[in-house]
Design a protein. Structure first.
Length: 120
């Protein structure tokens, strides 16, 4: 099965707490990484959590550690792909086309935005 959301896609959070209550619903961000085994994605600027890192030193002698704010993975069902033409969230479908390369005919799956019908 082809992935509906891939690295580099622009997605929008469709569920969760509202922005007025400190949540991420309605925010858009770029997908940094996809975790297919757990159906989660890492989105830039979304689901930021505070992480406490143990103090240590690098080879040069600089101190590391402290409190860092990093993005945590969010479930795929909580995000929707953003349609490039309307800049609004949309569902994703697939269109199968036959392409001939070097005399060999292959079927290629192309992602399509359900709302506008345009290629993604």
């Amino acid at each position: 099965m082809g992935a509906k959301i891939k690295k580099g896609d622009l997605v929008q959070v469709i569920t969760g707490a509202r922005q007025s209550r400190g949540g991420d619903r309605g925010k858009q961000g770029k997908v940094l990484r996809v975790f297919p085994e757990s159906n989660r994605v890492l989105v830039e600027g979304i689901n930021r959590v505070t992480k406490h890192v143990k103090a240590g030193q690098t080879q040069r002698g600089t101190n590391t550690g402290g409190i860092e704010v990093v993005e945590a993975p969010i479930h795929l069902s909580n995000v929707a792909l953003v349609d490039p033409s309307t800049k609004k969230p949309t569902r994703v479908g697939f269109r199968v086309e036959k392409v001939e390369r070097d005399g060999v005919e292959r079927e290629v799956r192309i992602r399509v935005a359900k709302a506008s019908g345009k290629d993604i």
